[in-house]
Write a protein that binds this ligand. Structure first.
Ligand code: SF4
Length: 330
């Protein structure tokens, strides 16, 4: 894996802002480059403070004291989101490079069996590759679509783990999707939210998300079933600025209480199993990153539900809907 950091662009922006003390925020996979980035900035006369906390996305703006010791924050590896910050917040998109084109060429005949109309999606780190992939697939006879998402997505075709609008917006036009990127996190969300087959890459092949999607949905219906007899719900809200769905939590609280259930809102920064362990609620509803309930619930003792999943219990909805974040949630 290779990464391309756009340090030149960052230096221009820092110069324009006339700042001196720069706070760096990096996701786990890029922390190994913290000293390289820091050296580049120091060479250019900046002072650097590095956040040692986990960073999960552009939604995750440090809410502790950085504004007192830094003049600006720089988040690496994510595209901008409309989140508030006391000091200027810059995003440096990092391009990842891996040989997906070769894998695509090797598997093109198998993909042709899936249909002629394909939607392309990617994380921000690969989104600039989509035009190249589109051209290749069109030359192979596919009709290719790249959708535009809502105002939380900067690029056409870009998806977040909590926002698949660029995929759903073209869902009626495509037979299946190809996810250009790595891992199962993002393509899983697209597969659940669009109910279409999604193909994702790994280091030596391309595979359908269907089996994994079915496994996760089974787990989610298991959690919903286990929550059915709950009398007391803890509604957990994160203080992370791009995840803080407090208005939604209040709506859910009112609805639960109207239906005769007991509920309280619990506020915390990072949501972790140990922090919920001591509470005596029967189930928790997570009004923060939707993926905590969907992907991580096995780490928790009590069932975790998303705001969409509690609707299945309260309103008797039958269809599963993936929880996503929109600006209206805040
Ligand atoms: S809320 Fe979760 S999925 Fe959405 S950007 Fe933040 S960490 Fe990623």
């Amino acid at each position: 894996m290779k990464y391309e950091f756009r340090m030149g662009n960052l230096l221009v922006k820092l110069e324009e802002l006339k700042v001196k003390r720069v706070g760096l925020v990096l996701p786990e996979g890029l922390k190994v480059y913290a000293d390289y980035i820091s050296d580049e900035l120091k060479k250019n006369g900046y002072e650097v403070i590095i956040s040692g906390n986990f960073n999960y996305g552009a939604c995750d703006v440090p809410d502790y004291n950085f504004d007192e010791i830094c003049d600006c924050l720089v988040n690496f590896g994510h595209a901008p989101l409309p989140v508030e910050s006391e000091i200027p917040l810059l995003f440096v998109e990092v391009d990842f490079i891996f040989p997906y084109m070769k894998i695509l060429e090797k598997n093109i005949e198998a993909l042709k069996k899936e249909g002629k109309r394909v939607g392309l999606i990617a994380t921000v780190n690969y989104v600039k590759e989509l035009d190249k992939v589109k051209k290749y697939l069109e030359d192979e006879g596919f009709e290719v679509f790249i959708g535009k998402g809502d105002n939380r997505l900067k690029f056409p075709g870009q998806v977040l783990g909590c926002d698949f609008s660029s995929a759903s917006n073209i869902s009626d036009k495509v037979d299946f999707y190809i996810f250009v990127g790595e891992g199962r996190f993002h393509p899983l969300g697209v597969a659940i939210s669009t109910e279409k087959n999604v193909f994702a890459f790994d280091s030596d092949g391309i595979y359908s998300m269907n089996d994994y999607k079915d496994k996760i949905l089974k787990e989610r219906f298991g959690a919903i079933f286990r929550s059915k007899d709950s009398k007391k719900f803890g509604i957990v809200v994160s203080t992370k600025r791009g995840q803080k769905r407090l208005s939604l939590a209040n709506i859910i609280k009112d609805k639960l209480e109207e239906s005769g259930f007991k509920s309280d809102i619990i506020l915390m920064d990072e949501i972790m199993p140990d922090k919920l362990y001591g509470f005596d609620y029967d189930s928790f509803i997570i009004c923060a990153c939707p993926r905590i309930a969907v992907d991580d619930s096995k780490r928790y003792k009590k069932p975790l539900l998303t705001p969409k999943e509690i609707e299945i219990i309260l309103d008797g909805k039958e269809d599963y809907e993936m929880d996503q974040i929109s600006q209206n949630d805040f």
